[in-house]
Design a protein around this ligand. Structure first.
Ligand code: ASP
Length: 317
């Protein structure tokens, strides 16, 4: 789960959600299309890092590609609430200054991560929610779309399965519920950034906000320590404040990133949560742990890149 790089050049990590992703479940064509979109996300972020650009631009660009893809639970293709509506959450954080921005409960902003960045850069606030966030996005000239743009047949079917299971008290599969996309990066100047975006959970209560827009829980970046983006049971990530927790273990306890991440994953499980996260350290160390059978993920470093889906896929970048 650890990729160390003593030369500490630029590095980009992405995730497209953790869950019960089993081999053979998707058709080969669908799996190939998912890998292609993960690679496109890496390419978008890496082009910026390779040109000497900032980590902040790289994570936003990588997340936007996955928001636009129908395969991940963010933007187009997001999970639906119990009312069959869209409520996106997203956040971004700049490790240089610990400036942060977030939006929650939006249903018309095409790329919530860019709205989160606008909140960070153009308001005195950290989070805007629902109608206020959409009004702000409109004023900033960010593209708004009709809510139907975000719907995919797969998410409608997943909601039907989860709701049918709820009616009969049957267990729901993680696959129908989990998602979220995120990116963390370290740029050539050694600055860190993180961004995360999600539709939350299938069948979530309207108004529910998860960990994704909560700074410290679902997203965190501080040049002195780490950049972090999580995916999984948001309530557990919030209770464990997992991104900030790892930063504290590294900074205050002097733990290695691998050990701190292992402890955070144990704490996630102890809180009853499943999921995973991507973290890059100030020295360029990268970890991508998860306690679910699979996690869509990828890494780019030194001009090489790799994507993975299943638990036993090895990432060599
Ligand atoms: N963490 C997200 C949330 O709780 C969902 C996920 O990553 O599966 O909203």
């Amino acid at each position: 789960m650890t990729t160390k790089h003593p030369d500490a050049g630029p590095v980009l990590l992405i995730h497209g959600g953790a869950g019960a992703i089993q081999k053979g479940e998707a058709t080969p064509e669908r799996e190939a299309a998912i890998r292609k979109d993960l690679t496109r996300s890496l390419d978008a972020g890496w082009a910026i890092l390779a040109a000497g650009g900032p980590a902040l631009d790289a994570v936003e660009a990588a997340v936007r590609v996955m928001e636009d893809s129908p395969f991940f639970n963010a933007g187009h293709g997001a999970a639906l609430t119990s009312e069959g509506t869209i409520e996106h959450d997203s956040s971004i954080m700049d490790g240089r200054t610990r400036a942060a921005g977030a939006v929650s409960g939006t249903s018309r902003i095409r790329n919530p991560v860019s709205a989160a960045r606008a909140v960070m850069e153009r308001t005195p606030h950290v989070m805007l929610t629902a109608a206020g966030a959409e009004q702000f996005a409109r004023e900033q000239g960010l593209p708004l779309v009709a809510p139907w743009y975000f719907f995919t047949p797969e998410r409608l079917q997943a909601l039907e399965r989860v709701q049918a299971a709820r009616r009969t008290a049957a267990a729901t599969t993680e696959k129908d519920r989990h998602g979220t996309v995120g990116a963390v990066a370290r740029d050539a100047a050694g600055h860190l950034a993180a961004a995360t975006s999600t539709g939350g959970y299938a069948d979530k209560m309207p108004g529910r906000v998860g960990d994704t827009p909560i700074i410290g829980a679902g997203t965190y970046a501080h040049d002195a320590t780490i950049a972090f983006s999580g995916t999984g049971h948001g309530e557990s990530f919030i209770k464990g404040v997992l991104g900030h927790r790892i930063a504290c273990l590294v900074e205050l306890k002097g733990m290695s990133l691998a050990d701190a991440s292992r402890q955070a994953l144990d704490e996630l499980a102890a809180l009853g949560g499943s999921g995973g996260f991507i973290v890059v350290g100030a020295d360029g160390t990268a970890v991508l742990p998860h306690n679910t059978p699979g996690m869509y993920r990828g890494i780019a470093r030194g001009g090489r890149k790799a994507v993975a889906i299943f638990g036993d896929d090895v990432l060599d970048a």
